[in-house]
Design a protein around this ligand. Sequence first.
Ligand SMILES: CC(C)(COP(=O)(O)OP(=O)(O)OC[C@H]1O[C@@H](n2cnc3c(N)ncnc32)[C@H](O)[C@@H]1OP(=O)(O)O)[C@@H](O)C(=O)NCCC(=O)NCCS
Length: 147
Amino acid sequence: MKPEIKNLLLACFQSKELFLDLYFENCICIAISEDYDVYELTKYQRIDFKLAGVLFYNKEANLIQVFGVDPRLRGKRYGFFLLKYVTQYLIPEIRPKGTIIRLHVRVSNKRAIDLYKGLGFQIEERVESYYQYTDDIEDAYLMSYST
Ligand SMILES: CC(C)(COP(=O)(O)OP(=O)(O)OC[C@H]1O[C@@H](n2cnc3c(N)ncnc32)[C@H](O)[C@@H]1OP(=O)(O)O)[C@@H](O)C(=O)NCCC(=O)NCCS
């Protein structure tokens, strides 16, 4: 995993929530720069831009597995533009129309939930103690979006 991405994710999540090498093996990694340019990163690509946010999409499972914006840059719509690119441009290019994309989010994570709802995600179910392997055990909402 590239150090820039690893550092950003460690600033966003508890390390127990991250399975860093696994994500890079199984997912498409999409990054947004401080200039709001979006990049699909290959494993060995150099990051020659200032990284603002990153998202990992598992295309076999149709799951968004990781999504985070640098804590210093939150509230500037980086997350919105990154997720919008992935759901409205990237996935429709590589998957048939009507594909269901899913993600899990902590029930307390209002900011992320509002963002997902704003882009058309809906709550499918509440999953009890989904984050049981973390320091603060919590339920998740399973949310979904149809392309
Ligand atoms: C969730 C996260 C990716 C959002 O990224 P961001 O770039 O800060 O979000 P944006 O600036 O694009 O905001 C998009 C929407 O989020 C919501 N939002 C933004 N700031 C908010 C705040 N302070 N309080 C509540 N909602 C907020 C709003 O709905 C906003 O839409 P609006 O701009 O039309 O009002 C970011 O907060 C993050 O990295 N959090 C930690 C990691 C995480 O929780 N990831 C998601 C795991 S499922």
